[in-house]
Design a protein around this ligand. Structure first.
Ligand code: NAD
Length: 432
């Protein structure tokens, strides 16, 4: 099939590459000229395990193309995916200006039947708005489908190639058939393609992310209780996770959820609820708990240093919002940096993939180390904000040797408490 993907970011580039991998010819469109130029010349623009190899192969084989020209990009395509940003607007609701802006343009250039697919996370009713925006200009036949994306950054290629499920929201049999054919190679192992109406598909995505965010905030509150009651959240997690109804996954406490999805999607669903006069009380609490959790380590650090962080220097391991990505959107590490700098401290940070993005956003207000141990030089303490694998079994003797004050503040519970039993290192973690 011939496919166009509009928006070549984390979702667009992964989807486009994976669709090319299954034999389709894909043109990815973006308004960012620099990005398109780099991609055209074989330079990958995001870090995502397994993506670069697949991207280069499909680029070389001519199945993957890039352009800034929307009209050229959709020429001959049967399916046009919208993988555009839907950031929170001022009031927290999803800002649809990118999605509806492109829909408006599509209406002006559509020449033959196409299936237009909302892959962006969009509020209930957006498929109708996209339909209206196109139909305003066009007499050409088309269908709009809601096909929310469930990939996780860090394992995006794996998730896309073998999705747990594919959700297709459409009221058109013709569009359903096209979408079913496109996804057939991805669900050969029998994972379901679930067909539903557009509105249910749109809500499914928000419900999924909000439920996962709820699980995280719930465990973070249990961790708070553990700290006050002298219980160990690791034990409680294992105790409850073995119940099938609860499940083992997504029960790890930490310094809050971040990223480009959970914070904005929780906010957007609260806003959508308000618009239909429903007070979504659980979600409001989920958001509030997360706000507090992002800086949960700060009072611990302050208390350890007698509430005087002026002139203190910290090593910070991890900047990305989670491991195996260079994405720093809403990363808890950024909130820790902001708080510590306000309190007069300085920071030397290390992250395997996200340092360039942080440099781009924060510049030189912190130092950037070339490896985790360099970050420790002259530091009063080590703070861990992202659970990269390479931080899991470090050389504790080196950590102890380098740190001025022998203390670790671990926001991701990377180490067993036993490790520190016969050590001079003082270890703070979450809920233990
Ligand atoms: P992103 O910011 O990484 O990428 C969006 C791209 O769209 C950018 O490259 C931007 O330049 C481009 N763009 C903006 N306006 C454009 C226009 N008029 N024409 C062409 N391109 C344009 O965003 P993302 O993380 O890929 O997210 C896209 C959507 O997918 C969002 O709705 C998000 O909520 C959803 N989503 C994201 C993830 C994720 O893990 N990142 C997972 C599932 C769903």
């Amino acid at each position: 099939m011939k496919i166009a993907v509009i928006g070549t970011g984390y979702v667009g580039l992964v989807s486009g590459t994976c669709f090319a991998e299954t034999g389709n010819t894909v043109t990815c469109v973006d308004i960012d000229h620099v990005k398109i130029d780099r991609l055209t010349h074989g330079e990958i623009t995001i870090y995502e395990p397994g993506l670069e190899k697949m991207f280069l192969k499909n680029l070389r084989d001519g199945r993957l193309k890039f352009t800034t020209d929307l009209k050229k990009g959709i020429e001959g395509a049967q399916i046009v995916f919208l993988a555009l940003p839907t950031p929170p607007g001022e009031d927290g609701s999803a800002d649809l200006k990118y999605v509806l802006g492109v829909a408006d343009k599509l209406g002006q250039i559509l020449e033959d039947y196409k299936v237009i697919v909302d892959k962006s996370t969009v509020p209930v009713g957006t498929a109708d708005k996209v339909k209206d925006a196109i139909a305003k200009h066009s007499k050409v036949e088309f269908d709009v489908v809601s096909n929310p994306e469930f990939l996780r950054e860090g394992v995006a290629v794996e998730d896309f190639m073998k999705p747990d499920r594919v959700v297709i929201g459409s009221s058109s049999d013709r569009a359903k058939k096209v979408m079913g054919d496109l996804y057939a190679p991805f669900v050969r192992q029998g994972n379901p393609v679930i067909y539903m109406d557009e509105k249910s598909a749109e809500l499914t995505k928000y419900a999924a992310n909000s439920f996962l965010a709820t699980k995280i905030s719930f465990m973070n509150e249990i961790a708070q209780l553990c700290e006050r009651l002298g219980a160990d959240v690791d034990m409680v997690r294992r105790g409850i996770g073995s119940d099938d109804r609860i499940g083992k996954r997504f029960l790890f406490p930490g310094i809050g959820y971040g990223g480009s999805c959970f914070p904005k999607d929780v906010q957007a669903l609260i806003k959508s609820s308000e618009e239909v006069k429903y007070d979504f009380q659980i979600l409001k609490s989920v958001e509030k708990v997360n706000e507090n959790q992002k800086t949960h380590l700060i009072p611990k650090i302050q208390s350890h240093f007698n509430y005087d962080l002026k002139g203190k220097h910290f090593a910070l391991w991890g900047l990305a919002f989670k491991p195996n990505t260079d994405d720093i959107r809403e990363a808890p590490a950024l909130y820790i940096i902001e708080s510590l700098i306000k309190l007069g401290a300085t920071i030397s940070a290390y992250d395997p993939e996200a340092m360039n993005n942080v440099k781009g956003q924060l510049g030189d207000i912190i130092q950037y180390a070339i490896n985790p141990y360099e970050a420790l030089k002259g530091a009063d303490a080590l703070i861990i904000a992202t659970e990269w694998s390479e931080f899991r079994t470090p050389d504790f003797d080196q950590i102890e040797g380098q740190l001025k004050n022998k203390v670790i503040f671990d926001g991701r519970n990377l180490y067993s408490k036993e490790v520190f039993k016969n050590s001079n290192l003082i270890y703070y973690s979450i809920g233990r």
